[in-house]
Write a protein that binds this ligand. Sequence first.
Ligand code: GCO
Length: 249
Amino acid sequence: MDFRLDGRRALITGSTRGLGLAIARAMAEQGAQVIINSRNADDCQATAEALARQGHAVQALPFDASDGPDREAALAGIRDNIDILVNNAGINHRVPLADFDEGAWRNVLDVNLTAPFLLAQLVAPGMVKRGWGRIINIASIMAQVGRATIPAYVSSKHGLVGLTKTLAIELGPHGVTVNAINPGYFATEFNTPLMADPDFDAMVKAHTPVGRWGDPAELAGAAVFLASEAGSYVNGAALTVDGGMTATL
Ligand code: GCO
């Protein structure tokens, strides 16, 4: 059983913190060369330096995944040499329906759904040429259920799992697997407003059979598995990592 990623080059979007950083670190620990990305060049540099100090092969590549010219310019030289793409960068906008403006809706869809599609389109040709590749889309349990006040996020994540399935079918014959991971509630900066709300915090603990928020490191194993040879027959799947939340009422 081979969970190693030696010799693989992995681009993880949104990897300066939270789930993306945990995935980047775990992939680096399995021998991958990791490319750290976010919109913020200083954050990318600092994260890459911290991982490099721990002996990992790492590169900083700041760009805005949802900005066409920025994305294409950043990837111009390396798009054909990415073995593993993790579409992790995501945003949320938590506002009641009556106040949810169109710009915010479009922005969430752009970052969470359109950018993963366009990034896959950029890197897939190189993977197909080499006959090996992995695309891992970080969706959410919000691809399985919904929650009031986050219509754009829920729609984008349901869409991301649909994108995963259709790309899995198209790229599978070329040695490229495409899968999603559906994280439940993890203790990340992204979820700070939810963790700070005592009612929400209590709801998460009560509705998660393991009784707590997830630690980002607890998501990384799923990403390593899907990226490795051990996961070679998993394609078009959405792997839920939620402490059991969606298994219960
Ligand atoms: C929310 C969002 C996210 C969640 C995550 C759970 O409830 O506002 O869904 O912040 O953490 O997506 O899967």
